[in-house]
Ligand binder design. Structure first.
Ligand SMILES: *[C@@H]1O[C@H](CO)[C@@H](O)[C@H](O)[C@H]1NC(C)=O
Ligand SMILES: *[C@@H]1O[C@H](CO)[C@@H](O)[C@H](O)[C@H]1NC(C)=O
Ligand SMILES: *[C@@H]1O[C@H](CO)[C@@H](O)[C@H](O)[C@H]1NC(C)=O
Ligand SMILES: *[C@@H]1O[C@H](CO)[C@@H](O)[C@H](O)[C@H]1NC(C)=O
Ligand SMILES: *[C@@H]1O[C@H](CO)[C@@H](O)[C@H](O)[C@H]1NC(C)=O
Length: 427
């Protein structure tokens, strides 16, 4: 079960080399010669090459090719390190934390301790109206963890519970490092998007303890705009998240870092976002403000980090890519508004989507990524209606005739992915 062990690993910094580290991994689990090794420390921006197109998903950082889905497991691990180094900051080691949940009716208090430090915040549960508590205990329902502002009908009316929380109680939306997360990790160089992602995950830990109505194998995360960026991070950093719903996310979400389409309105770029919100990311992102083409990743690789990995073509029910052997799939859908120019909707579809889908297809799970384009503005509530069929397919297997690979009115921007026709095919 090489892959199971491999995928249980969260990228962390270890002394010596940055690789695919894990105390539970023996040398026979990971073929070191086979997995790419990253230099340690990773280079600063000035020593990184300028890559004009999207970085090739199928080439390791050291230049070797990715040929098989098992190679992708290695590539995924190195990419997780790369995005933490240059964008997100390093996600904390959860094994050093202890989570205690308390529930009073539908309010759950999540208390997290690390050493002598403690942080707490709350989430509020809502359940589908037509199901009794007894029915849900017998047949637990999927849950979507969200930062508020969702169309509750779309979720509750589909038979999906909601766990709503105020992300600013986890970490203030500010350079001021206050909130439950910062009580545990005072002053660290971690982006607020990552702290918010951590909040989604600690809510899931708490729900597992005190919400027997919830099926912990069908868990979604959502948020819009800055919270859509956080939802994508939440999907990247916890393999238990089975559905990532990133709404109007823009740059630092699924908006490309390199390609812009500004004929109708300006797109947000790295200098705007790092200028306005430097605390959303690690400070190390600042090295790239003059040239985002030195980033060794782009948004298609952030999106690809949500894909499940499997080594052979298995039935849908058989994707086993976590250490407990729980069978699951992971999926990503994003929403975008055609007139929401600041988020670069054309780039999200014609650049990010097409390039990310190539990775999902290579992994045999092309249907696990989707885009839902609407002709309206930022965070328009209709976005939720637009993603509903995708969600119900992932959570309940409900078929849909809607084509979530359809990027119209846009067309693929082929110069962004010169590698796409040489992408390895699935064996
Ligand atoms: C919990 O729900 C019960 C029954 O509806 C109600 O009587 C009680 O006041 C609630 N407790 C709190 C703390 O809201
Ligand atoms: C949460 O933490 C605060 C201090 O930060 C404390 O005053 C409060 O009692 C805690 N609440 C719970 C429910 O643990
Ligand atoms: C509750 O509503 C959902 C969504 O409409 C439906 O799928 C489910 O069958 C309903 N359950 C019951 C027990 O009526
Ligand atoms: C960006 O370019 C400006 C002007 O050339 C320079 O002053 C600044 O140091 C550069 N910033 C970085 C992070 O390289
Ligand atoms: C969905 O749309 C994509 C992109 O336009 C197209 O290539 C594909 O054939 C469509 N799938 C179906 C089932 O119509």
């Amino acid at each position: 079960m090489k892959l199971l062990n491999l995928l249980s690993l969260v990228s962390v910094t270890v002394s010596g080399t940055l690789a695919i580290p894990s105390p539970t991994t023996t040398s026979s689990d990971v073929n070191d010669a086979f997995c790419a090794r990253l230099p340690n420390p990773l280079p600063s921006a000035s020593s990184l090459p300028i890559i004009p197109a999207l970085p090739d998903p199928f080439t390791f950082f050291d230049g070797r090719p990715v040929r098989t889905p098992l190679d992708w497991a290695c590539r995924k691990a190195e990419l997780k390190t790369i995005v933490q180094e240059y964008l997100y900051g390093y996600y904390p080691d959860h094994s050093l934390e202890r989570v205690t949940a308390r529930r009073v009716n539908n309010t759950v208090t999540v208390e997290v301790r690390k050493g002598a430090n403690v942080g707490n915040f709350t989430t509020t549960l809502a359940f589908p109206a037509n199901l009794t508590e007894e029915e849900m205990r017998r047949h637990p329902v999927p849950v979507v963890i969200n930062g508020g502002g969702v169309d509750t009908n779309v979720f509750l009316g589909s038979g999906v519970a909601l766990a709503t929380f105020d992300l600013t109680t986890v970490a203030m939306d500010s350079t001021v490092k206050q909130g439950a997360f910062w009580n545990l990790y005072p002053g660290e160089d971690i982006g607020v998007l990552t702290t918010w992602a951590w909040g989604y995950h600690r809510i899931l830990d708490a729900l597992i303890q005190v919400a027997p109505e919830i099926d912990a194998k069908r868990v979604g995360v959502t948020g819009c705009s800055r919270y859509g960026k956080a939802a994508l991070a939440a999907g990247i950093f916890d393999e238990r998240i089975t559905l990532t719903l990133a709404m109007s996310s823009g740059i630092e979400g699924v908006g490309p870092w390199r390609f812009f389409f500004e004929q109708f309105g300006a797109n947000e770029k790295i200098n705007n976002i790092f200028g306005g919100f430097p605390y959303w990311s690690t400070s190390r992102l600042g090295q790239f403000v003059n040239d985002s083409r030195q980033l060794p990743f782009d948004a298609h690789l952030q999106a690809a980090l949500v894909a499940p990995v499997c080594t052979s073509k298995l039935p849908d029910s058989e994707y086993t890519d976590n250490p407990t052997g729980v069978k699951k799939k992971r999926a990503l859908i994003w929403d975008e508004g055609q007139v929401d120019y600041w988020t670069n909707p054309q780039g999200e579809a014609s650049v990010t989507y097409v390039a990310a889908e190539a990775v999902y297809k290579f992994l045999g799970v092309g249907e696990n990524v989707g885009v839902a384009i609407r002709n309206s503005a930022h965070c328009d509530i209709s976005g939720y209606t637009n993603i509903k069929d995708f969600m119900n397919r992932v959570f309940f297997g409900t078929p849909t005739t809607r084509n979530y690979s359809d990027i119209s009115p846009y067309t693929p921007f082929t110069e962004a992915f010169p590698w796409i026709n040489d992408a390895p095919s699935r064996v």
